[in-house]
Design a binder for this molecule. Structure first.
Ligand code: NAD
Length: 314
């Protein structure tokens, strides 16, 4: 009887402690995107637990509580979000030691905002179902500038009620949440967008490099392109030419944006996805090969707009 009372008291104090420690969001992966997304979430009043393998990164988010594992990040939250480099790292965060699986509540929700293969998202969806919790794939577009301005678009695959549930939370870091159908649908949309982004950024670098090498003023050429038919997101909001725009990676030594190795990963995923349905991706193949050459020359950690620098110095 005595033991039972102690157990009950312990249980009660655990529940109180849990309530006391409860947060809206557990966020895993505080990198170029995660830092900005979590900062916006905190600034809009959400209570966050944050985890990164680099503890200094987790500590850098003002107003959030750093924790020591994905397990802790997943405990007693409305949603646990991953924003990690690739699927092998997401897999480790989910089912590795002290992973999300060990901490997530029954019927809890895991939202993966990393860019991964559609079939990996479907695998995670099934895994979540078998283990009594819910899963959505929700990769984002908008880059670090969109993450900074909280104007990201979330492309979401999975069950609609879960999308509706998490939408108000995602909208603290973005301006649009689009349900793309079944699990994996968000990742398919994301890969389509990113192959187009990589191709258009490479084409902008090619055009600007030609014009500058032929003696045109880059500012003048950019202004012409941006009022002409060649205009696109890369030319208009993310110029690859240093000094033309403030707050973009090209004006900061190509640091702090979308690392080429991550863009290259997306192109590889697009190609393996295209193989499964027979869609041709000739332009993507060409851009991917260019990236792979650049990565052997030390460009892997630089922003993907550094193609311009590579052309200028080749
Ligand atoms: P990043 O490399 O800047 O950040 C990733 C973070 O994950 C780093 O802080 C790293 O320390 C952390 N990390 C690595 N392994 C970990 C582990 N095992 N456990 C916990 N944390 C770990 O990458 P990013 O640019 O923020 O991109 C994150 C994801 O978002 C990628 O999938 C990328 O493709 C996608 N994405 C990036 C952009 C962009 O413009 N940077 C835009 C859209 C989507």
């Amino acid at each position: 009887m005595f033991r039972k009372t102690i157990v009950l008291l312990n249980l009660r104090s655990n529940v109180l402690q849990l309530r006391h420690n409860s947060s809206d969001v557990g966020f895993i992966g505080i990198g170029n995107m995660g830092t900005r997304m979590t900062t916006n979430m905190v600034n809009k009043g959400l209570k966050l637990k944050v985890y990164d393998i680099d503890s200094a990164a987790a500590r850098s988010v003002k107003g959030a509580t750093p924790v020591n594992s994905p397990k802790e990040a997943a405990q007693n939250v409305k949603v646990v979000i991953t924003m990690l480099p690739d699927s092998s790292i997401v897999r480790e965060a989910v089912s590795g030691k002290d992973g999300i699986l060990e901490g997530i509540d029954k019927n809890g929700l895991h939202v993966d905002c990393s860019t991964c293969e559609p079939k990996f998202a479907q695998e995670l969806y099934q895994f979540a179902k078998e283990n009594g919790y819910r899963f959505l794939d929700a990769p984002v577009s908008g880059g670090v500038t969109g993450a900074q301005a909280a104007t990201l678009t979330f492309m979401v695959g999975g069950d609609k009620p879960n999308v509706d549930f998490v939408e108000p939370i995602l909208l603290t870091a973005g301006s649009r949440v689009v349900h793309c159908g079944n699990s994996g649908g968000g990742q398919i949309a994301k890969l389509c967008n990113n192959l187009l982004l990589a191709a258009s950024m490479t084409a902008v670098c090619e055009a600007m490099n030609l014009g500058v090498k032929m003696g045109l003023d880059p500012k003048l050429l950019a202004s012409i392109i941006n009022t002409s038919t060649g205009r696109c997101w890369s030319s208009e909001t993310y110029s690859p030419v240093p000094g033309l725009m403030p707050n973009v990676p090209s004006s900061n030594g190509y640091q702090g944006g979308f690392q080429m190795k991550l863009t290259a990963k997306d192109l590889a995923l697009a190609q393996s996805t295209a193989l499964s349905c027979g869609a041709p991706l000739p332009v993507t193949g060409l851009v991917h090969q260019l990236y792979r050459v650049m990565m052997t020359k030390g460009y892997g950690n630089k922003d993907f707009s550094s193609v311009y620098e590579f052309f200028q110095t080749s």
